[in-house]
Design a protein around this ligand. Structure first.
Ligand SMILES: *Cc1c(COP(=O)(O)O)cnc(C)c1O
Length: 430
């Protein structure tokens, strides 16, 4: 399997090169040269493989002969050491819970698989430093994914006072190979400092810098595994199956589309979004206009220029017609999201987080018009948004054990000004 750039089909890199590079030189995105067809046995068999078996069977098509079977199997068992259960919350409506990993959000799936790949490919080379800027969730998923992995240090830059205290605890209490830099500045300042570091030749000749960027191909591929796993947990149905995906940067949805191209007979995907709606607008008008992001209560989806849209265009040869055939879109304001959460809780007893609620709301609107079996993805545990939840349900929310564990830890961070020279000094001396 080779990987091309979305901007240049003639560029062909190995999986290893694509993972370690992260982004092609032409600033496009890596994409598999051909989408493999997986065996029907994987989703059409009385023997239902479990999540790990499914993942191993799919992953080997993408890693080819670059990772021997035994090593790949070991990597997947380490990365996907938690459940992704499907359950029915009302007749014909199923929730796929992606939040059972260590940081209680679906980004654990991608970050943990990427960590295993980087670990495998960097063996025998000098230690790596992963530099990551975060506004909250990415930092915790990456830090926890790489925690304890030999030969890789993670440095997380975050804006002081601008991430929630619970989010902050998820990457400042870990110790070991994880260092948190608390920057007196904004998220954009953190990101600029990281960019400057990657562009600094003096630094990059001394230190092996790498990024765990959300657009790394090794974060995208594992997200396709759980669409097959959802299918295998679904009771027999003669109706078409639709899947609603709460979307921001569109990695999750792109992975679903990959699963469909690999053979999974999903009928439609619903791109469920908050007030940031460049993709719903594209489906309506045919024009894609990136915009500054709008802040919402589903903040992990506050993306005004979703990078994976470029991959969707590549997958469907830039044909809006093909895209519209597969993807339907719905978007919701904060007020609507709150109403959905309250009503779902009252009617079904299921409490979705603000992101999952968008997925559920979009699915319900679709099912009003079409007969189908519906699945929506629940991308984060509602307790991560306990303030919003308690306001809506009027009940105090118990934190899950994993969050309590982080909450009890001691925060350790290094304060730093919004000044690249300070970061450089720190990385050169480290
Ligand atoms: C990142 C994130 C999303 C959006 O996923 P994309 O792949 O960026 O579309 C949705 N929900 C939660 C909780 C997230 O952390």
């Amino acid at each position: 399997m080779k990987y091309i750039s979305t901007r240049n089909k003639n560029l062909k890199l190995s999986f290893r090169e694509a993972v370690l590079k992260g982004i092609p030189d032409d600033q496009g995105l890596f994409f598999p040269e051909k989408i493999p067809h997986v065996s029907k046995e994987l989703f059409n068999n009385t023997h239902k493989p479990n999540l790990q078996e499914t993942a191993i069977e799919i992953a080997r098509h993408f890693t080819g002969d670059e990772i021997p079977q035994a090593a790949l199997s070991d990597m997947i068992k380490k990365a996907l050491n938690f459940d992704i259960p499907l359950s029915e919350i009302e007749p014909g409506v199923f929730v796929l819970e992606l939040f059972h990993g260590p940081t209680l959000a679906f980004k654990d799936v991608g970050a943990r698989f990427l960590a295993q790949c980087m670990n495998y490919f960097s063996k025998g080379s000098a230690p790596f430093t992963i530099l990551v800027a975060t506004s909250g969730d990415t930092g915790s998923a990456v830090a926890n994914g790489f925690l304890g992995i030999e030969g890789i240090n993670v440095v997380v830059l975050y804006p002081s006072g601008k991430v929630s205290p619970l989010q902050e605890k998820q990457f400042t209490t870990l110790g070991q190979n994880i260092t948190a830099l608390e920057i007196n500045g904004s998220f954009d300042d953190c990101q600029s400092m990281v960019k400057e570091a990657f562009a600094d030749k003096q630094l990059t000749t001394k230190r092996n810098l790498s990024s765990a960027n959300s657009i790394n191909i090794a974060r995208l591929i594992p997200q396709s595994f759980y669409y097959f796993h959802a299918w295998n947990q679904l009771p027999e149905t003669n109706l078409p199956v639709v899947i609603s995906v709460p979307s921001g940067n569109y990695g999750n949805l792109t992975a679903g589309l990959l699963a469909k191209e690999m053979g999974l007979p999903v009928s439609k995907f619903i791109a469920a979004s908050n007030a940031n709606r460049p993709v719903p607008d594209y489906l309506e008008t045919g024009v894609f206009i990136p915009r500054p992001s709008i802040e919402t209560i589903a903040n992990a989806m506050d993306v005004g220029n979703p990078s994976n849209f470029e991959r969707i265009l590549t997958l469907y040869q830039n044909s809006r017609e093909k895209i519209c055939e597969v993807i339907k879109a719905r978007s919701f304001t904060d007020k609507q999201i709150k109403t959905i959460i309250r009503q779902t809780w009252e009617k079904t007893g299921y409490l979705p987080d603000p992101h999952g609620a968008i997925g559920y709301g979009a699915l319900k609107q679709y099912l009003k018009k079409e007969k189908a079996t519906g699945i929506f993805l629940e991308t984060a545990h509602p307790a991560k948004f306990n303030m919003v939840m308690e306001e809506l349900t009027g009940e105090k929310m118990e934190l899950p054990e994993k969050l309590k564990g982080f909450d009890a830890g001691t925060k350790r961070s290094i304060r730093m000004d919004n000044n690249y020279q300070e970061l450089k000094y720190f990385l050169m001396e480290e």
